[in-house]
Design a protein around this ligand. Structure first.
Ligand SMILES: NC(=O)c1ccc[n+]([C@@H]2O[C@H](COP(=O)([O-])OP(=O)(O)OC[C@H]3O[C@@H](n4cnc5c(N)ncnc54)[C@H](OP(=O)(O)O)[C@@H]3O)[C@@H](O)[C@H]2O)c1
Length: 325
């Protein structure tokens, strides 16, 4: 099969298109014929092993997995002997950041991982980008215990995580103030934001308003700058470690001292969440934003674009199977 092989940490040109053996599912795994995947910030963090801690998951000196790619949509091609809930031919989508492997014509993934039947009336290209950003957003929303009627400021509302967060926070009936660039104000409103702040015209930390939660989905602020924006008992959450890894440290400190808290949840990828995202998509409550689409052969160009940190939502990769007999 064709796969984008990754043998050393580094810039996008470490990714190479090669012919490799098709993986064989273990007893509890399914083999997915991948039709669409994505390049996202999780891929690029692991590709470069930045932050260094990524090496503890994917190999200290060099990557121990063949291919990157954590989101996918495709068709079940084969199932392991213990698999009960999927059968050959099922259209599925999901997320795997344990062994990756979606940047290939075929990948294996566990039956009990974040894997579900695809939403009805959805293409592979629409289903593939619906899990990575959304699962980070959902993990933070849950840990912040966002409740109906609360006010939430989301910085970086146009990223994969931010654009999912706006929609999910609205689903949970909280009020969203979204911070984004001028060109995306209408997009963010269309996702449900109640108020928008154009970060090119206004510093959101200085407008005098206060919130129950400040969710920095792009990791460009700090607890120090955002603390005055928090109501008493308010929560600050960021998707980045922050300067000198301050966010996890502040999460520990503020869990004991002070009324305003920092949280830094370790994300979980649950099967139930893939099912939840499918239900939201089918109900029209969540739609992943697609910025650009590239074929698998152009993964280096796609990855360079993702590394700019300026994609709007998601970058999809299509995988063809024309070369198969
Ligand atoms: N370590 C990991 O494994 C990991 C995994 C996932 C995510 N993350 C982190 O989580 C963050 C978000 O990820 P993502 O995938 O959602 O990012 P993304 O899709 O790359 O999006 C970043 C978005 O933020 C906007 N933006 C850039 N600068 C901004 C600023 N100063 N203020 C407000 N918005 C700004 C960009 O739009 P404009 O340029 O138009 O403003 C872009 O739409 C990233 O920092 C990423 O590194 C880390």
């Amino acid at each position: 099969m064709k796969a984008i092989v990754w043998t050393k940490y580094g810039p996008p040109n470490v990714l190479q298109l090669r012919d490799v053996e098709r993986p064989v599912p273990k007893a509890n795994e399914v083999l997915v014929k991948v039709y669409a995947t994505t390049v996202n910030r999780t891929d690029v963090a692991f590709m470069r092993a930045k932050p260094f801690i990524a090496r503890f998951f994917t190999g200290l000196l060099s990557p121990k997995f063949t291919s990157l790619g954590n989101e996918f949509a495709g068709q079940i091609e084969a199932v392991g002997i213990n698999v009960k809930s999927f059968k050959v031919g099922d259209k599925v989508f999901g997320y795997n950041d344990k062994i990756f492997g979606a940047h290939a014509q075929f990948m294996v993934t566990p039956e009990e991982g974040m894997l579900a039947v695809m939403p009805a009336d959805t293409s592979y290209e629409e289903a593939a980008p619906s899990t990575e950003g959304a699962h980070y957003a959902l993990n933070n929303i849950r840990k912040a215990d966002i409740q109906s009627g609360q006010s939430i400021l989301i910085n970086g509302a146009t990223g994969a995580i931010g654009s999912a967060a706006v929609q999910l926070v609205k689903y949970f009936n909280a009020e969203v103030t979204a911070v984004c660039d001028t060109k995306n104000l209408e997009l963010v409103r269309s996702l449900g934001a109640d108020q928008v702040i154009d970060y090119t015209n206004e510093d959101f930390t200085k407008n005098g308003k206060t919130y129950d939660v400040v969710f920095d989905a792009v990791g460009k602020s700090s607890f120090g700058r955002c603390k005055p924006l928090l109501k008493p008992g308010g929560i600050y959450v960021s998707t980045e470690l922050g300067f000198l890894a301050q966010n996890p440290l502040l999460a520990l400190w503020t869990s004991i001292f002070g009324s305003k808290k920092v949280i830094f949840p370790i994300p979980k990828s649950l099967k139930a969440d893939a099912i939840f995202f499918r239900e939201l998509i089918e109900a029209g409550k969540y739609k992943p934003i697609i910025d650009r689409t590239y074929p698998l052969e152009q993964i280096v160009e796609a990855t360079r674009y993702v590394e700019t940190g300026q994609k709007t939502g998601n970058v999809v990769i299509t995988v063809d199977h024309d070369d198969e007999a």
